[in-house]
Structure formats: C-alpha cells, structure tokens
Design a protein around this ligand. Sequence first.
Ligand code: FAD
Ligand code: FMN
Length: 473
Amino acid sequence: MTLRWIAAACVVLAWLLLCGWAWRGVRRRRSQALAARQDLDAPAAQDDMLVAYASQTGYAEALAAQTADALRAGGLTVRVTPLGQLDAARLASYRRVLFIASTYGEGDPPDAAAAFAGQVMQSGARPAAPAAGASLPHRETPTTLAGLQYAVLALGDSDYAHFCGFGHRLDDWLHAQGAAPLFDLVEVDDGDPAALRHWQHHLGLLAGRSDLPDWQAPAYESWRLARRELLNPGSQGGPCYLLTLTPPDAATPAWQAGDIAEVGPRQMRGGPLMAHREYSIASLPADGTLQLLVRQMRAADGGLGLGSGWLTHIAQTGDEIALRVRGNRNFHAPQDGRPLILVGNGTGLAGLRALIKARRMAGHRRNWLVFGERNAAHDGFCRDEIEAWHRDGTLARVDTVYSRDQAERRYVQHCLLEQAERVKAWVDDGAAIYVCGSLQGMAGGVDAALRQMLGDDPLQTMLHDGRYRRDVY
Ligand SMILES: Cc1cc2nc3c(=O)[nH]c(=O)nc-3n(C[C@H](O)[C@H](O)[C@H](O)COP(=O)(O)OP(=O)(O)OC[C@H]3O[C@@H](n4cnc5c(N)ncnc54)[C@H](O)[C@@H]3O)c2cc1C
Ligand SMILES: Cc1cc2nc3c(=O)[nH]c(=O)nc-3n(C[C@H](O)[C@H](O)[C@H](O)COP(=O)(O)O)c2cc1C
C-alpha cells in the first residue's frame, strides 16, 4: 500500500516538474515575443531620426539605407522603416522623419505602402495613444502631426504623367497634418545625380558634416554575353531573346530570385555608356550564369530602343556588358513553403522563372504558374523547361493562355476568373500571389480579377502582408 502511495506521489511530482518546465518555456517564449514587440514599439525618443521609405523595385530602399548612413556619420541614431509598417501613432511619436517615396501607376504609392496611403493618409494622423490609465480617448483627438519635422525625397520619372505623384501627395498630407518641412521636397527624375546631391547637401546640414562623400551609383561589373537565343521566331509580337551572361573573372556573383539587373547600354559597340535600363533576372547564381529575357523594342520610326537594342542587336556574343545587380526585396520568394501562384505575361516570365528555380532548390513544390502570350505556335517561351518542371512536380499546376489563338482575346486574368474556386482554395491555404510582366493591361486586369474573386479588403490585406507582390513595368 505504502509503495503504491510512494509511486503515485512520484508520478504527481514528475507531472508537476513537467508542467513547471513547460510553463517556463511558455514564459520564455512570451517574454521573447514581448521583447521583439517592445523593440518594434521602442519609444521614438531613443532615435534622433526616422527614415521611412516606400519602394517597389528597391531603389528608394537603397537610398534610405544611404541616407541613414550619411546621418549616422554625423553621430545621429537613425531607424529605417518601410512606410507600410508605420501607423499614425508611431509616426506622430517621432520628432524628425525623412521620407523617401517612389511613384507608380497614376501617382500611386508602391504596393507595400498602399495601406498607409489608403488608411493612414485618408483618416489623418493622431497622436500616440495615451499611457495606460490616462483618460484621453485617442480616437476622438483631432488629427495632427504638429511637432513633426519632415522632408520628402520623391523618386519618379518625368516621362510619366504623374511625375513624383505619390511623393507630392505625401508631402501635401504631412503639411495638412501640421508637420513642418525641414526643407522643400526634392524631386529625383530617373535617378538624377544633381537632385541626389541636393538631398545629400541637406543631409550634411542635418548631420553637421560638410565632408560627406558624394553618393556614387554602384559600379558596373563587366559581364560577357555568352549566348543569345530567339525564343519566339515567327511571332506577331516583338522578338524576345533569352540572354546568357557569364560573370566577370574571379567574381562570385550573388543575387536572389526577384532581383534586378541594371544594364548600362551603348548606342554602338565601344560607345559610351548610357543611362541604365532594368531587367528582371531569370536565373540563380547556382546556374553559374545570369540570364535575362529581353523584348526588342522599336519606335514607330523603326529605331531600336536603347537598352533592348543594345542587348538584342548591337552587342555581339563575347562582348562586354556593363551590369550591376540591384536587390529587390519586394519580389523575393516567400521564406517558407507556402503555396505560390505565379502570374505573368511576356518577358514577365523572367522574374517568375527565377522564383520557380528558387522554389525548386528549396524543395517547395506547391507552385502554380499562369503564363500568357500571343500564339502557342510561336510564343511558348521556355516551354520545354516549364513542361519538365510540371512533370517532375516542381510546378503543381501550369496554365498557359494564348490571347490570339481564338476569336475572342483571352488573357491570364480570364484564366484566373475561370478558376476562381481554385484560386480561393489556394489563398485559403496561405498562398502568396506574385505577378510579373506588363503594367499595361495585364497587371490591372489581374488585380481586378483578384479583387472580384477575393474581395477588395482581403486583397488589400494580402498586399499589405506581402502575400500579393508585383514586379510590373
Ligand atoms: C523593374 C523592371 C523590370 C523589367 N524587366 C524587364 C525584362 O525582364 N525584360 C524586358 O524586356 N524588359 C524589362 N523591363 C523594361 C526595360 O527596363 C526597358 O524599359 C525596355 O527594355 C525598353 O527600354 P529601351 O531602352 O529598349 O527603350 P527606350 O529607348 O527607353 O524606349 C522606350 C520605348 O520608347 C520607344 N522610343 C524610343 N525612342 C523613341 C522616339 N524617339 N520616339 C518614339 N518612341 C521612341 C522605344 O521603341 C520603346 O518602345 C523592366 C522594367 C522594369 C522597371
Ligand atoms: C511601371 C512603372 C510605373 C511608374 N509610374 C511612375 C509615375 O506614375 N510617376 C513617376 O513619377 N514615376 C513613375 N515611375 C518611376 C519610378 O517611380 C522610379 O523609377 C523610382 O525611382 C522607382 O523607385 P523604387 O525602385 O524604389 O520603386 C514608374 C516606374 C515604373 C517601372
């Protein structure tokens, strides 16, 4: 009997020890989570300045990092944050904020800042929530950013109708909220070095340093054109080429799927470098070469586009190609194995191809490719490769949509709408949606189709959470 009691007591004791150990684990995880949250919510007073960026293809993000470095050189403590991760209260808790914002579409913000523009900038900013126990209900307080000093570096391209449109909207909104400009908005037209020097001059004043070095665009590397293959002979569309470039001697090139190649074109072999053009990288470093899918562009008078003409016509196999890689975090593959719906058309296959390769390497096989072009007979870009990926399970599903193979025009957005139930099921399962290719027609059509089948707010949430990403041009 006593033995039974001793045994029972031992079991209870062991159980209590186990519970205590598990509880400590829970507490440790909770306090780690709290610490992380506190870091995110750390009082702004600890930083001298916040640099907030809104970037679609990485340029504003890179300039935000350079801006922060310049300020830190003057001994300031600086935090760098995507604009989309700020809310009104957090913004209002800073004394000085520098904004670096690019513009897309019709004066629109980059995708990752859409929620900020749609919610915070629509509803106005409110001061930080009062401390616990304080009686002021912050929802009823008037909107204000009085006390905030700010400056805006607006990135854009004057070829577009709404030049620097979002930067200006942001500036107007900050002004209307009572924030005070540190200096006038600086517009940067297509990376204009003079405008960047003007911004740097102001940074020097803020940092109390007159000796900050000029920003240099990262140097080009010397790649070599090893191969150029026409992917669409006989196509109704412009010729599209798969280019294979070999890295500079002794270089260990590093990039991720989603990153962009900036190419310095020349108007003739051996001529001077012209302003760079951007191309989605279609391969991985593990392939040993950097590949691009480039459509040859021609003006109405038959003249070749500068960048595409250089890459698809003027440069010859063996020629040197000035190229530098730009990180494009917005289009990197999801970190986990969540399902991925990849949608694109034309040369948009480049970015999707690199993503599929990355997913294949990581062993993530729930990938659905929806790709559109004109005619199956001529425009089946990389068809053998895609079919092989479908056969070996890298692509769980492939839909190719050829717009001109039937009387009615049919595009990727129609294919998505026809399969709305499947799209919803994938999204319910946690899928992310990545779109690459034409801004005109395709990106808008796909966006409208997704909003129709998933709903406006849920898609907006996906955009905000990085589950809906676009690399469109
Ligand atoms: C993030 C991003 C990724 C991209 N990825 C790719 C990709 O993977 N593949 C790809 O092919 N492209 C891609 N692009 C597009 C690419 O960067 C270039 O815009 C494209 O190659 C055209 O540039 P170009 O220098 O050849 O033409 P440009 O010389 O810049 O001319 C642009 C257009 O105007 C026309 N034009 C030029 N001069 C005149 C004139 N005097 N009068 C009238 N019209 C004229 C040209 O024919 C062309 O259609 C991407 C763009 C971005 C922003
Ligand atoms: C598809 C596309 C649309 C764009 N639309 C505009 C526009 O409407 N107004 C503008 O000033 N710039 C526009 N731009 C230029 C970008 O704002 C500019 O290239 C900026 O430097 C990109 O910065 P990011 O890489 O940080 O997104 C557009 C660029 C692209 C590729």
